[in-house]
Design a protein around this ligand. Structure first.
Ligand code: SF4
Length: 132
């Protein structure tokens, strides 16, 4: 079971092997590959740092991000959009929720202030995968 914070549900869909450090990328590769191979895994939604943050250089003492206010704000928007609780979910169910509720307008509103937004990679991939 992976512990995942809300906005990482989206980041994982647009992930193309780029990230903050070698350790971060290796860990993210492992999680994304594992979930792609078996979408019936259980995900525990968490409100703070998760299994992706664990290997991130921006992780402060295991429970905070160096951009904490920004990431908590994005997490909050995803919680609202997908009506999430801090509970366990089947990953496939979370993907279905994302497909049902995400849109181009919501993508801009939720992800617009993320540092990766300006590269246009997420938008391109979300469109290709039919999320927006
Ligand atoms: S610590 Fe911050 S930047 Fe790093 S993965 Fe977690 S939320 Fe993202």
């Amino acid at each position: 079971m992976f512990k995942i914070r809300p906005h990482h549900l989206m980041c994982m869909q647009a992930y193309i092997g780029k990230g903050y450090s070698k350790d971060f990328i290796e860990n993210m590769d492992f999680i994304v590959k594992s979930l792609k191979e078996n979408q019936n895994q259980i995900i525990q939604i968490v409100g703070l740092n998760d299994d992706i943050c664990t290997k991130c250089p921006n992780n402060i003492n295991g429970f905070k991000c160096s951009s904490n206010d920004k990431v908590l704000s994005i997490d909050g928007k995803i919680v609202k959009l997908l009506d999430l609780k801090m509970e366990e979910y089947n990953y496939k169910t979370l993907l279905e929720k994302l497909r049902e509720n995400f849109s181009e307008e919501r993508f801009k509103e939720i992800c617009g202030k993320c540092q990766w937004y300006k590269y246009g990679i997420c938008e391109k991939i979300f469109k290709e995968k039919g999320f927006i």
